[in-house]
Design a protein around this ligand. Structure first.
Ligand code: SAM
Ligand code: SF4
Ligand code: F3S
Length: 451
């Protein structure tokens, strides 16, 4: 399906812009892997494109408006040029579907996240008939079957690999179950094949992705099985997974932290709120005590494990005591690298019409939360000054004078590395730090083989 050449094509160029989460980034790469088969090359210049693809996110307020204003910008750029083919994909495409074609005639194709396997045929059909198309049915099985036949050519030191998609949890604030459809776990062997392909093509780190990545279950194979199998690939040095749900932190996954040699000690486990009352009204399906229990178990296995999280501040019904509970949880767990946002009512969700708390209060609370989260981050970074840590080298800085890599905790590190260090784990002595970055000097000879 869709592997024919585009008959009209001489030199077709596609510009892809991506909003949203890592899964959208992964999808954008896979979409490109697909459209390459019908003759598209990637361009980083708007003006050069004859196809403009916007991969959208619907998670918070103004997501939709952001898309239309982006299209407005594209219209201006192409005012005196031939109009490009305009394709909207991602979660806004899924949520808005036909509406987008009606509201903005500049848009030609609307393709939802579970219909990417149809993208080549959709483009070819449009090129022939000039009839606008909307493809938003849920068909995850066909999508991954198709994409697994098309090589994943991201070729990055750190590569994403989607293992699970969709969500059945229906947290009351969240659009994802509506935009990504029901929970689907890709076949185990299909994932291992893709991991092997990525490893053969230069990946040293694999980040397993899913909206509920730890709910992965394919004929009894769980996320823990995937981790233990992927780590058998000698080229792969590091494994991460995101985003997980506290309810799915099962014993087998916790146990993997005892046995795995390559699973990184940063656990991104969104908690949203520190108050059981709010968790209940969010339909999060777990309590703070259960969350702390998982934290304690992991810390007992390895005291170096750190947590990061997502927080929603000012959820309807959040009283001062609920906010204080969130604050105390942050003081206790000392999360690093966390995300926090004010609640944003989303269309079609249970919380859409709940009474909002006063905006001024939400803003004040968010500021307090962000201050303490930042303090944790800065303290963590400062504590590494003078220490020697392992860095996976990803590339050179823009001016090529230094190397860029990441610590085990995903923190960016800039140091005096060389091009030949890319893809290696080197030991770097940290000399300085700021809120987001560590700075250091390499102490190992980069030719030295690091296990
Ligand atoms: N599946 C993950 C989980 O259960 O924690 C989260 C995935 S969601 C794509 C990423 C984050 O967006 C959530 O953890 C939540 O903090 C935030 N989010 C989702 N809906 C939101 C809303 N309506 N308002 C504010 N933040 C929201
Ligand atoms: Fe959204 Fe909740 Fe599903 Fe996460 S678990 S994707 S927050 S509905
Ligand atoms: Fe956004 Fe969809 Fe990801 S709403 S966060 S792009 S799953």
């Amino acid at each position: 399906m869709g592997l024919r050449k585009n008959p009209n094509n001489m030199s077709q160029k596609i510009f892809i812009k991506t909003f949203g989460c890592q899964m959208n980034e992964y999808d954008s790469n896979r979409i490109f892997d697909s459209v390459k088969k019908i003759g598209y090359e990637k361009t980083k210049k708007y003006e050069e494109a004859n196809c403009y693809l916007l991969n959208t996110c619907h998670i918070r307020d103004k997501a939709k408006e952001k898309v239309y204003s982006e299209i407005g910008r594209v219209k201006k750029i192409f005012r005196s040029k031939k109009k490009p083919l305009v394709i909207i994909t991602g979660c806004v495409a899924q949520a808005e579907n036909q509406e987008m074609l009606k509201r903005e005639p500049y848009i030609d194709l609307v393709i939802g996240p579970q219909a990417y396997h149809k993208i080549n045929d959709t483009i070819l059909s449009y090129t022939k008939k000039k009839k606008k198309i909307e493809e938003t049915e849920f068909d995850a099985i066909s999508k991954f079957k198709y994409l697994s036949k098309i090589k994943n050519e991201a070729g990055k030191v750190s590569s994403f690999l989607t293992i699970q998609e969709g969500c059945d949890k229906f947290c009351h604030f969240c659009v994802v179950p509506y935009t990504r459809g029901p929970e689907y776990s890709r076949p185990f062997e299909q994932i291992l094949d893709e991991a092997k392909y990525l490893a053969d093509n230069g990946a040293k780190e694999i980040v397993l992705l899913g909206q509920n990545v730890n709910a992965y279950d394919n004929e009894g194979h769980r996320l823990s099985d995937l981790i233990l199998n992927i780590e058998k690939l000698p080229e792969i040095k590091r494994i991460r997974y995101t985003t997980s749900h506290p309810k799915d932190m099962t014993e087998d996954l916790i146990e993997v932290y005892k046995t795995s040699k390559k699973l990184m000690p940063l656990v991104h486990l969104p908690v949203q709120s520190g108050s059981n009352k709010i968790l209940k009204s969010m339909n999060r399906k777990h309590t703070i005590e259960e969350y702390l229990n998982t934290f304690d178990k992991l810390k007992q296995i390895n005291a170096r494990i750190e947590f990061s999280s997502d927080f929603i501040i000012g959820y309807p019904g959040e009283e001062n005591q609920d906010f204080k509970d969130t604050f105390s949880l942050i003081e206790k767990i000392k999360f690093i690298n966390s995300y926090s946002f004010i609640f944003s009512p989303r269309p079609g969700t249970v919380a859409e019409n709940l009474e909002l708390i006063e905006k001024k209060i939400s803003i004040e609370r968010l500021e307090k939360i962000q201050t303490i989260l930042l303090e944790n981050q800065v303290r963590m970074n400062k504590s590494l000054e003078g220490k020697v840590i392992d860095i996976l080298v990803e590339n050179l800085t823009e001016d090529k004078s230094k190397a860029f890599g990441r610590s085990e905790y995903m923190t960016s590190v800039i140091f005096n590395g060389k091009k030949s260090d890319i893809g290696k784990i080197v030991q770097v002595r940290i000399k300085d730090s700021n809120r987001n970055t560590l700075f250091g000097e390499v102490i190992t000879n980069s030719n030295q083989k690091v296990a």
